[in-house]
Design a protein around this ligand. Structure first.
Ligand code: ADP
Ligand code: MG
Length: 697
């Protein structure tokens, strides 16, 4: 059924086929509904008039009012321009036009009072405003507050006269047309509980705010609604899965007990214990577990993963751990193997580079059940990988696996779905987790093992390199090891490699008696491995490297991390790198090197690193700085294509929206009650448009 808001945009008065084609192409606006949801991205405050003598060339757009004293055309015919002198009590300013002169001439009357909006610019020694917007000052607009919407547009649209102002006009036409057709999409009780404007009021006020207060309320209402429906769908998925997907109860704890009694290498932190309890509760429940496990770098996720695997293996099932990269997979493998060997549990690694012959054996052992635990990359997803009985799938995501991939793992069983534990290598901000993983239960390891000394982080300028070298010498003399990390990105790979080599040579010169390793992505895997091993064994004392060491190295004796050109790293990466030290008993240090020249954002990143060791806090700052769209791997998820809400800023609204959605679903899971009729209708109309969601279930 075609609704009013599905009407093609070309039928709107003032659009037509040509402009419609442009709107389709440039802004993805195809229908009335798309246009009305093309919200302003900011508002210009037209509530204030500046006195003309207070203007200067560095101001952004400003609004003034005054009378036109004099109008004159100037210049030769081909370069004619029109000048008007506008005067208020404080002074006078020149307004100029280079185009549309006839039209302006018709419109402007000397002696009449106008309101004028534009950007003051210094031209020679005088200030002027070129091509200002001009409106008659009438009693209607005098003194009322006036927030002017600014819409996203593109150069091509502007060439066809579809600038922000033109879009605003279209919005006015559309709103008038739609007035009686805008349906309420939230139930009455929510509207009163959260004091939400009606949908209609909100749409009118977001495009044409009556005043600042109405605008705030309109924004709140629309953001709330958007987040509410995202959360509602996630929570519905979650409920549906709990209903539908049985999980095999895995509750044999004998293996676990034996591990605790005989092989537990340290006392678990209380956070680790709590998380294990939560997971155990799920795994024995008879329903499929779908849980997100979050923990900061070094919080001890590996042993938690192993203990969960023990529950599966102890109950006669198999367990799999899937990681996004080979390095990560082999790191997990090494970590888990240590424990598995002690328990005489079979474990293997399967990645893209596993030899064919070995691969065959692994496949057959997985099928026969002789292999208890398999660790690997997406090579695990191939159809040929079959299990005797998969009980637990742990997926280490780093935001990189899509839900579709995750679900392929679930389908490796015929009778029931394996329990699924999603792990992330670095913390994700709460708001992002709630949205990306909002259909999962969440466990957080929010405590580091005892006795760890917090890493001391400092910022040093390149000019202080001698001092930094001196410090490295002291540490090495005390028996410690040091990482020196250089940035390397594809776009500037050659130059970056040169910096790395230069850095290596200069370190060799400054530390003539110290054995130094170097590792970078361009080296052959064998050579790389050899150098890594030398460092791991302590034969070399300094490791100069690119970010390849970000993952996959655990050298407790390394206590200093020097990060060169720290301004070029993202926050998550800096935090991950810092996590390579502080793994032993000694005091560890992270030294962020940079030149004096730093962008504002780079300074915030570095200051944040110096200020805190808390990964969740860092992730939050990262989200504020970059926005969710830029955080690694979130782009393709589709979950974050929000039209108006901003996960970096709207955390409180998100929380409220989620509670509201949860309350409704608890009360009326199928949305059958009359008062939830519009919610149900909205969910159904959205189901058609949102492709990504169907892939989750
Ligand atoms: P991550 O969460 O970053 O994967 P790991 O599991 O690699 O952390 O653990 C980091 C280090 O801390 C490892 O050397 C591990 O053996 C150690 N560790 C983990 N849990 C504890 C604990 N409860 N007490 C002491 N050391 C621990
Ligand atoms: Mg780990």
């Amino acid at each position: 059924m075609q609704g009013f808001f599905d009407t093609k945009i070309e039928f709107l008065k003032g659009v037509g086929p040509q402009k419609a084609a442009l709107l389709n192409k440039e802004l993805n606006i195809f229908t009335y509904g798309d246009l009305i949801q093309h919200y302003p991205f900011r508002y210009e405050d037209r509530t204030k008039f500046y006195p003309i003598n207070e203007l200067n060339g560095s101001m952004p757009y400003v609004q003034i009012k005054g009378r036109v004293r004099h109008i004159e055309a100037a210049g030769p015919p081909r370069k004619r321009r029109l000048k008007a002198y506008l005067r208020d009590e404080s002074g006078e300013i020149e307004l100029v036009w280079f185009k549309g002169i006839q039209w302006v001439l018709k419109k402007l009357q000397p002696g009449v009072e106008y309101m004028v909006f534009g950007k003051p610019t210094m031209f020679g020694s005088k200030l002027n405003i070129a091509h200002p917007e001009i409106e008659l000052l009438t009693n209607n607009n005098d003194g009322i507050s006036y927030l002017h919407p600014v819409y996203n547009t593109t150069e091509r649209l502007k060439q066809k006269y579809l600038d922000s102002k033109a879009i605003s006009k279209l919005q006015r036409v559309l709103l008038q047309l739609s007035e009686s057709r805008i349906k309420e999409t939230l139930p009455q009780n929510l509207q009163s509980e959260y004091r939400l404007l009606s949908k209609k009021e909100a749409l009118f006020n977001v495009h044409f705010p009556e005043n600042a207060d109405a605008l705030q309320k309109a924004l709140f209402r629309l953001k709330f609604e958007e987040l509410f429906y995202v959360q509602l769908r996630l929570l519905k998925l979650k409920l549906a899965r709990i209903d539908k997907f049985k999980g095999k109860p895995l509750q044999d704890t004998s293996a676990l007990t034996r591990f605790y009694n005989e092989h537990l290498p340290f006392d678990l932190t209380s956070a680790q214990k709590r998380v294990i309890k939560e997971i155990y509760h799920d795994m024995k429940s008879g329903q499929q577990m779908n849980r997100l496990l979050q923990g900061d770098v070094g919080s001890g996720k590996t042993i938690v993963a192993f203990i969960c695997m023990l529950l599966a293996v102890g109950s006669g099932c198999q367990a799999v751990m899937m990681a996004p990269t080979e390095i990560l997979a082999s790191q997990h493998y090494q970590g888990l193997q240590e424990y598995a060997d002690k328990m005489e549990i079979t474990i293997a690694l399967l990645t893209g580079s596993t030899k064919k012959s070995e691969r065959k054996i692994i496949h057959s052992y997985l099928k026969s059940g002789d292999l208890n635990i398999i660790v690997g990359t997406h090579a695990l997803l191939e159809d040929i990988v079959q299990f005797k009985e998969l009980g637990l799938a742990i997926v280490d995501e780093q935001h990189r696996f899509g839900v579709a991939q995750r679900s392929r793992l679930w389908q490796k069983n015929k009778d029931f779905y394996p329990h699924v534990l999603v792990m992330t290598a670095t913390p994700i901000p709460r708001t992002l987790a709630m949205t990306l993983y909002g259909d999962l239960d969440v466990s957080v390891i929010d405590e580091l093992p005892a006795g760890r000394k917090p890493i001391k982080t400092v910022h040093r300028y390149d000019a202080n390199r001698l001092k930094v070298n001196g410090f490295m010498k002291e540490q090495i003399a005390e028996g410690r090891q040091v990482y020196v990390v250089y940035p390397l990105i594809e776009e500037s790979e050659k130059l970056d490699l040169k910096h790395l080599m230069d850095g290596y040579e200069s370190i060799c010169r400054s530390f003539p008696d110290v054995p130094v390793s170097i590792v970078h992505g361009k080296m052959k895997p064998d050579a790389k491995d050899y150098e890594m091993q030398r460092f791991v064994k302590g034969e070399t004392k300094i490791m100069v490297a690119t970010t390849v060491i970000e993952v996959g190295v655990n050298v407790p004796n390394a206590s200093v991390m020097v990060i060169e050109n720290a301004e070029r790293f993202g926050l998550a990466q800096l935090h991950q790198l810092r996590g390579r030290v502080g793994r032993g008993a000694d005091q560890s240090y992270c030294i962020l090197m940079s030149s004096y020249k730093l962008s504002k954002e780079a300074r915030i990143r570095i200051d944040t690193m110096v200020k805190t060791n808390n990964g969740f806090e860092i992730a939050d700052t990262d989200l504020q700085l970059r926005g969710p769209g830029d955080l690694m791997g979130t782009q393709q998820s589709g979950v974050l294509d929000l039209l108006i809400a901003d996960l970096g800023k709207d955390g409180k609204i998100l929380q409220a929206a989620r509670s509201a959605a949860l309350a409704i679903l608890n009360d009326d899971p199928e949305l059958e009650r009359p008062e939830n009729r519009n919610v149900r209708a909205q969910v159904e109309s959205m189901r058609k448009t949102v492709v990504n969601w169907s892939r989750i279930s």
